[in-house]
Design a protein around this ligand. Structure first.
Ligand SMILES: Nc1ncnc2c1ncn2[C@@H]1O[C@H](COP(=O)(O)OP(=O)(O)OP(=O)(O)O)[C@@H](O)[C@H]1O
Length: 299
């Protein structure tokens, strides 16, 4: 049950919103889809969902080209609100599950279970518009996974949530993955992607500029960081060949180096300066990789 996007391109008139995007998400994997505003994430999701036809390329689910007919197998949490504001929560969730071929009695049982899990059972007979933004997001997530889809597409699932609710939704999504679902999600928080995903893609101007397993992406980036904790002034270390960036921290310094061999030299030089409390080589963060590849910070 893998998702395969092969050379997908989407043009709106002369404008290319998605440009030759290819990626594979194996069954049970969680794939992080990153990109600044307008990079083409939602357009790619809409093609995967069969809501937009690619101008070129093909999208396969379970080996077959994806069409709208597969929609009961797919769960989608759109970035913009996709719920009826005037309809009551429970009634609406049951209705949406039935649209995806779930029998009413099963839908009712699942709705109760999810409302309990997300600690909102008392909102069952309230209209969606009466709920806070965060609670509407919980209902939106329930709507996307209630019918037990095997492919889940989540566009910014954690937006508008406080940290406690982020954890609640994260654990539900992870449980869903453990049951075998294939998940693609976009987020403006790189730490969420780093924590949850096996693989990732960074989209820029409709093109994938970085893709693969997070470990592999970090390894192939080459550059690493060295964190040093000591009381002496460390700014002289900035002059060592291979030190690309020097940031003074409250307890020492963080240096970006071109490769691991520079770390050895840094260790020797810092030991000459005085008593070393801490010296560690750290892998690059996704934020650093994003800035290097896209040329601006991600947020
Ligand atoms: N129906 C459309 N007609 C014309 N242009 C469109 C259409 N849909 C999207 N676009 C354009 O395609 C580009 C990609 O949009 P898309 O919504 O896929 O980006 P995104 O990565 O999801 O951005 P965001 O993070 O802001 O949601 C944008 O420049 C957008 O204006």
């Amino acid at each position: 049950m893998s998702l395969i996007v092969e050379h997908a391109t989407k043009k709106f008139g002369d404008f290319t919103a998605v440009d030759d995007v290819s990626l594979t998400v194996e069954q049970g994997q969680m794939h992080g889809f990153l990109g600044a505003n307008g990079a083409g994430k939602t357009t790619t999701f809409r093609m995967i969902l069969g809501l937009l036809n690619p101008t070129a390329g093909i999208i396969r689910w379970n080996g077959k080209p994806i069409t709208y007919a597969e929609s009961p197998e797919i769960g989608y949490l759109p970035e913009e609100r996709g719920l009826y504001p005037k309809m009551k929560v429970e009634e609406q969730l049951i209705y949406l599950a039935q649209l995806r071929s779930m029998p009413k009695a099963d839908a009712k049982k699942e709705v109760r279970k999810w409302l309990e899990r997300f600690e909102v059972p008392h909102y069952a007979s309230k209209k969606v518009e009466e709920l806070s933004k965060g609670n509407q997001q919980k209902i939106q997530l329930i709507a996307s996974l209630l019918h037990q889809p095997s492919l889940l597409i989540l566009d910014e699932p954690f937006s508008g949530l406080d940290p406690v609710n982020v954890e609640m939704l994260k654990s539900a999504i992870l449980d869903f993955q453990k049951e075998g679902a294939t998940i693609v999600f976009s987020s403006h928080r790189l730490d969420h992607v780093e924590e949850l995903c096996d693989n990732m893609s960074i989209l820029d101007g409709g093109k994938i500029v970085v893709g693969g397993s997070i470990r592999q992406v970090k390894r192939s980036f080459g550059k690493q960081n060295v964190r040093i904790k000591m009381d002496q002034d460390l700014s002289i270390l900035h002059n060592i060949t291979g030190v690309e960036n020097f940031t003074k921290t409250h307890d020492g310094a963080l240096l970006q180096i071109t490769d691991e061999t520079v770390a050895q030299r840094l260790l020797e030089e810092s030991m000459k300066l005085g008593a070393l409390r801490h010296f560690a080589i750290e892998e690059p963060s996704l934020e650093e990789i994003f800035i290097a590849k896209v040329g601006k910070a991600y947020a």
